[in-house]
Design a protein around this ligand. Sequence first.
Ligand SMILES: *Cc1c(COP(=O)(O)O)cnc(C)c1O
Length: 207
Amino acid sequence: MQERVSAACDACGRPASSVAIVAASKTRSIETILEAHALGVNVFGESKMQEALPKIAALPQVERWRFIGKLQSNKVKFLAPFEALETLESPAQLKELAKLERPIEALIQVNIGREPQKSGILPENATEFVESALQCKQVSFRGFMTIGPAVRNAEEMRPYFRSLFALNERFGGTCLSMGMSDDFEVAIQEGSTHIRIGSALFGARHN
Ligand SMILES: *Cc1c(COP(=O)(O)O)cnc(C)c1O
């Protein structure tokens, strides 16, 4: 995986160190995560709090976890072991984040394809929501994250990635989490700093 990322970076003149691979480890076992860690994967993204907490507790050798799933505000209090919340999207989450004991890095999730069933704020609400995030003392705003629409061809993602990049520039973000197994090369070309990779790293998911 790291070779494919390095090649994609080379091809567009970016240093390989400018893109972090976040291993999307939902449904993967402790053993599988441990194997990936032994091979050099050191950042993992979990999607469900009740699944993540026991895994994190069982894997003290893994130091870096990011939360990448939908997060109910009543689960915000469990974010302590995570370095970042990539799916900030609601005032209710902000209210709970303010109660944390230490600041946490946060990316605001944007519903870039304007899909009714998807999480994330709409781009036109970014100004208002970034302002409220900046006022929350335990939130260190870093940038934006998106899960784009399902497309047949990775190239179709380019306009979505490009518009999220523009949004991130507008708000001075330094992190941009976009790109998954099927489209990370396009995401890297469009300025992604964090690609979230599941199946290309661990194989197809069966559950
Ligand atoms: C599962 C997941 C991914 C990884 O998806 P793949 O297509 O398997 O690479 C990325 N982001 C989020 C938020 C996920 O839940």
